[in-house]
Design a protein around this ligand. Structure first.
Ligand SMILES: NC(=O)c1ccc[n+]([C@@H]2O[C@H](COP(=O)([O-])OP(=O)(O)OC[C@H]3O[C@@H](n4cnc5c(N)ncnc54)[C@H](OP(=O)(O)O)[C@@H]3O)[C@@H](O)[C@H]2O)c1
Length: 335
């Protein structure tokens, strides 16, 4: 039987551990014996009923996994039973077994851990897709990345710095500010005590903004963009409905765009994976680009992992493991 976490009936209730039949692979799917699963902000939203799974997808929490191949569908010829794999799923990650389409699977390099692998896809795909594909960020341009110490934000800061962009970012605490600097941010704005728009305008504005806050930042984001600037919205932590000064859009020739990952079609996700690998495989192999894992929790302590994320105590990623050893702070990135 497959042991999984299901959503409680009410968001205030703890996650519920239950048993379900083992998943059976469709023709193009792999059954993964999950060793580690990434925790994402979206998981917190899903349990509050704000981010339902797409139709026909698992309603079990968990959007990214790493583990061993247990079984493969009849059309899967590129992965063998026992291989170590990781990848993006539309749900089902908080479980002992999870289905993964083989076209979204990556092999885990011998010198990398399940924890490393479970932390890579959501942040890597989201940051690459929105900075470089939708935001069209070019080497030498400037970018403001909000919540630079978040999982996705930290990946975006690192990627933009590796592309020799000038990176400005916002975050709350001194620890998180120092973390953003280690990733390559040139200017770190303590947004709780300083207005980010003042700092960014004093610096001459930015070409691209990657935003997770939405409505609360809309007006200041537009004021922070240079002529021809691009605002890419990927999160709505500060609300979904804002007031838009269209005269700024016209006068500065601005573009506003955004995207989600989970609800995209399989074909689109395969394309997203392809763009990520094309852009970053070399940096991943030589360890220039890697997820920073703040803390691991045993799967049975998913509730505590959620509390850590909800309280914004972390920077980088939080990962659940099947290993039942106690929560480990600052797990080594490669272990
Ligand atoms: N569209 C997509 O494809 C996609 C994919 C993945 C994630 N996302 C979104 O990206 C965002 C980050 O996800 P994540 O998993 O990386 O999150 P995370 O690691 O939990 O980090 C979120 C951070 O945002 C900051 N924050 C929280 N509430 C805020 C608010 N109201 N105003 C300003 N800052 C706030 C906090 O950092 P400080 O302490 O520095 O304030 C917090 O630690 C989420 O909104 C998520 O839904 C979107």
């Amino acid at each position: 039987m497959n042991v999984v976490f299901v959503n409680p009936d009410h968001p205030e209730q703890p996650l519920t551990l239950t048993e379900q039949p083992d998943p059976r692979p469709g023709p193009t799917q792999i059954v993964v014996d999950v060793k580690a699963a990434g925790v994402n902000r979206a998981d917190l939203l899903q349990r509050r009923g704000l981010y339902p799974p797409p139709p026909d997808e698992s309603d079990i929490l968990g959007l990214e996994i790493a583990g061993d191949v247990l079984a493969v569908g009849e059309k899967v010829h590129d992965f063998r039973i026992g291989e170590r794999v990781f990848g993006l799923v539309a749900g089902g990650g908080y479980a002992e077994q999870c289905l993964l389409d083989h076209r979204l699977a990556h092999r885990i390099p011998d010198d990398r851990s399940y924890v490393w692998a479970a932390a890579l896809c959501e942040i890597g795909y989201t940051a690459n897709e929105n900075l470089f594909h939708h935001g069209r960020l070019q080497t030498g341009e400037s970018v403001l990345i909000h919540a630079g110490a978040s999982g996705v934000g930290s990946a975006a800061v690192r990627m933009a710095a590796l592309r020799d962009c000038r990176v400005l970012t916002t975050t709350s605490t001194e620890t998180k500010q120092a973390f953003c600097r280690t990733l390559g941010a040139e200017t770190v704005i303590p947004y709780k005590t300083r207005s980010f728009v003042e700092v960014v305008r004093a610096a001459g504005g930015v070409d691209v903004i990657l935003d997770f806050v939405g409505a609360a930042y809309l007006s200041d984001n537009l004021k922070s963009l240079k002529q021809g600037g691009r605002l890419v919205v990927v999160g709505l932590l500060g609300g979904r409905k804002g007031e838009l000064d269209l005269s700024l859009v016209l006068r500065k020739n601005l573009s506003i765009t955004g995207s989600v990952l989970r609800a995209r079609t399989l074909a689109e996700k395969i394309a997203v994976k392809g763009r990520f690998c094309a852009g970053w495989q070399e940096a991943i192999d030589n360890d220039d680009f890697r997820p920073h894992v703040f803390q691991t929790f045993p799967l049975s302590q998913a509730e505590a992992a959620h509390a850590c994320m909800r309280d914004n105590q972390h920077h980088g990623k939080i990962v659940l493991t099947r290993d039942e050893s106690p929560p480990s702070p600052q797990a080594p990135d490669r272990n």
